[in-house]
Design a protein around this ligand. Structure first.
Ligand code: ZN
Ligand code: FE
Ligand code: FE
Ligand code: ZN
Length: 265
């Protein structure tokens, strides 16, 4: 199986289990490589309550290094999942500089400075919004994220489907602009199996988006978005199957932010 590059830790305040337990589970399910990509701090610690504080970054690195020490037979990468919002570029650049990360995942959860469209505590906001606008902003911000060239991988590239509020208009041009930008900047995307556990009941992104990504030769990684140890490597055989049905025959590995291509199993 390809590595699981999207895993969280309790420092984000909505995950359970120490990194070393995730690593043990990874070996249990037969993975030879994983990567932690916990929710990065924001410039202001009071931005929201579902991420580590800025002064916890060192503790995060320490916990992942502990997992590396405990599980020498497993390759364990150290990364971040960083929220992209327009205007945050300087902060993101600063975070990226703070440590020699193996890769950096850029994710859009917020489509305004106060609303994260995937937050179960803020689901009511969907009733007040026009899904066409939300989806439009989501893919516009994803495109902007890619164009900063600050990210190696874009996380769960159609997260806006999570709660099944679908758009009425055709999003093809918006998705095309995002994928064109990813192609131009050599930014990878991931198959994120967490969507299977959510209302949408399917992986992120859709097979349609994945096929379009393959045609543009956009690199691919895999992630469970595990928020507890039992989710590590979840549905990876199905994810590999989906990658292949989109046309993919290879995936990407990262070390020190440099990318290698490997054949899919
Ligand atoms: Zn999370
Ligand atoms: Fe995310
Ligand atoms: Fe995540
Ligand atoms: Zn995520």
């Amino acid at each position: 199986m390809p590595p699981d590059y999207h895993m969280h830790t309790p420092l984000c305040r909505h995950a359970t289990g120490e990194p070393t337990e995730y690593a043990a589970q990874a070996k249990q399910v037969g993975l030879s490589e994983i990567g932690f990509s916990d929710h990065s701090p924001m410039a202001r610690d009071d931005f929201d309550d579902w991420r580590m504080k800025a002064d916890e970054l060192e503790e995060y690195i320490r916990q992942v290094k502990q997992a590396q020490t405990d599980h020498p037979s497993l390759t364990i990468r150290l990364a971040l999942e960083i929220d992209f919002l327009p205007g945050q570029e300087d902060w993101i650049r600063e975070l990226v500089r703070r440590h020699p990360w193996d890769y950096v995942i850029g994710s859009v959860h917020y489509v305004s400075s106060t609303w994260a469209l995937d937050n179960p505590n803020q689901i009511d906001e969907w009733e007040r919004r026009d899904p066409d606008e939300v989806w439009g902003t989501y893919f516009d911000w994803l495109t902007q994220a890619v164009n900063t060239k600050l990210f190696d991988i874009i996380g769960h590239a159609d997260l806006c489907k999570k709660f099944r509020y679908y758009p009425n208009r055709d999003l093809t041009p918006d998705i095309g602009r995002f994928l064109d930008a990813a192609q131009a900047t050599d930014t990878a995307i991931e198959i994120n199996t967490a969507g299977l556990r959510k209302d949408c009941g399917e992986m992120y992104p859709s097979l349609l988006i994945l096929k379009k990504a393959f045609r543009r030769e956009i690199g691919l990684t895999f992630g469970s978005d595990a928020h507890n140890a039992s989710e590590v490597g979840m549905a990876f055989p199905e994810a590999v199957k989906m990658a292949k049905s989109a046309g993919y025959r290879s995936y990407c590995r990262f070390e020190g932010r440099s990318r290698k291509t490997e054949p899919l199993p």
